[in-house]
Design a protein around this ligand. Structure first.
Ligand code: F6P
Ligand code: MG
Length: 432
């Protein structure tokens, strides 16, 4: 009977000086303050649209959020959700689980509980502050920042759409080696697109300013674990095995809207146009999440923006992509599980329908840091622990994480590699 290796502790604000501590102490309150400011700034809009009821709802939401910020900053207990939203029971079960974990050493609280739990909980409380206050219950407090990221990345959007449409012109003449090279380029554009994220910049501008393709070469040394060759062989072998009836399916578990989403859509179109895949499934968030994360509205809004752009290649992309959705070769999902606090090792138990759906895929691409943290349980792993071990039995299908490091957890490094980076760049895991 192989002994089950004990899991390391969860990252938490109880570790002073950790990125978790810094995030909970400084950055989450900043994000809450920005949300409150956003609501203040939309007061007139709420009045115009909804009259006095809109203004009263705005006031109630602001008091919800100010109370939440105070609870956070004074390390109050994490309280059960009292809203009627469909996931409230799952959240409160998880809170009970956390209470039992702390086995009597006090109530779950912001600085004592696992970072992943309290950070997700904050975003769920932000959602409740709006959802419980009609008629502004459908207002996305992060919408402006996500739209701004898209507009301010316009140069990079044009460059990428143009590059891709040029590539499409002769994609049929490319041999396997050339196709692999293009795949690797677009994978890296999607990887580095993950740097554009507003929750990590606490809402500061994080749009893509530099050309997305020109800097790939000199970014190679910053790729700590590079499995691109393995990804290629998974796809090529799936293609070879592919019989008439079964499609090759790739799933992209999305992260941030804006430029990062654009880079994911281009990658998805490449997978179809190169015939490496027959269908691509996208997984977004069912509520506004971590400031930048993609909702169904953001997904559709981005495609509409491209279609109506006065740039030929942008509109061509937008038209093709709406066509893919209509034909069903692109499918958009937003399962509730992605905005629960659970790490992915509990998906099979908590969301068996989602787990079963992911098992139909030939390759799962998880974008971003939060997904990486949930894949590996947001724990203080040794750097050289194999990624497979850190997944802790989460294996619905072959999977890969395309993540820029934004939190102090990292696995899958070669022996000594983490220590070597630490020696040369002591703050490689901290953004102080
Ligand atoms: O606030 C920092 C942070 O919460 C990270 O720790 C978190 O994982 C990240 O923001 C979100 O990054 P991404 O959009 O890449 O998931
Ligand atoms: Mg994100």
């Amino acid at each position: 009977m192989a002994a089950v290796a004990a899991l390391p502790v969860s990252l938490s604000g109880r570790f002073k000086g950790s990125f978790a501590y810094f995030t909970i102490k400084d950055r989450l309150p900043q994000i809450l303050t920005r949300v409150i400011d956003t609501l203040h700034r939309h007061k007139n809009e709420f009045f115009e649209e909804h009259g006095e009821k809109g203004v009263e709802a705005e006031k109630r939401a602001i008091s919800f959020l100010s109370k939440l910020r105070n609870e956070l900053q004074t390390d109050k207990p994490v309280t059960p959700l009292e809203d009627e939203l469909p996931d409230a029971a799952l959240w409160n079960q998880y809170l009970d689980y956390q209470r039992n974990l702390s086995n009597g050493s006090g109530e779950p609280s912001w600085f004592q509980s696992p970072w992943l739990f309290v950070e997700c909980y904050m975003y769920r409380r932000i959602h409740a502050a709006l959802a419980q206050n009609p008629p502004i219950d459908n207002f996305d407090v992060f919408k402006e920042g996500k739209a701004q990221n898209f507009f301010e990345s316009q140069e990079a959007v044009i460059t990428l759409c143009t590059h891709f449409q040029e590539l499409l012109k002769n994609i049929k003449d490319l041999d396997e080696k050339q196709l692999q090279e293009e795949f690797f380029k677009l994978l890296q554009v999607s990887l580095w697109g993950n740097k554009c994220d507003l929750s990590f910049s606490a809402g500061e501008d994080s749009s893509q300013k530099s050309g997305p393709l020109q800097s790939l070469e000199n970014m190679i040394p910053y790729i700590l674990v590079n499995d691109m060759e393995k990804l290629w062989s998974i796809l090529v072998n799936a293609k070879k095995r592919n019989t008439e009836k079964s499609n090759v399916r790739v799933d992209i578990i999305l992260d941030n809207a804006g430029f990062e989403l654009l880079s994911d859509l281009v990658l998805a179109d490449f997978l179809l146009s190169s015939k490496l895949a027959d269908e691509v499934h996208f997984h977004g968030k069912s509520i506004p999440w971590y400031v930048s994360d993609t909702t169904k509205h953001d997904f559709n809004w981005t495609i509409k923006q491209l279609q109506s752009a006065n740039h030929m290649w942008m509109s061509r992309c937008g038209i093709n992509w709406e066509g893919n959705l209509k034909k069903g070769v692109w499918v958009y999902h937003d399962h509730m599980f992605w905005t629960l606090p659970h790490d992915f090792s509990s998906m099979a138990e908590v969301a068996p329908d989602l787990y079963a759906d992911l098992q139909k895929s030939n390759l799962l691409l998880f974008k971003g840091d939060l997904n990486y943290r949930k894949l590996t349980g947001d724990r203080k792993w040794e750097y050289s622990v194999p990624f497979h071990q850190a997944l802790n039995k989460f294996h619905p299908a072959p999977l890969c994480s395309l993540r820029t490091l934004k939190s102090d957890t990292q696995v899958g490094l070669k022996p000594g590699q983490g220590e070597q980076i630490q020696a040369s760049e002591p703050e490689w895991m901290l953004y102080l």
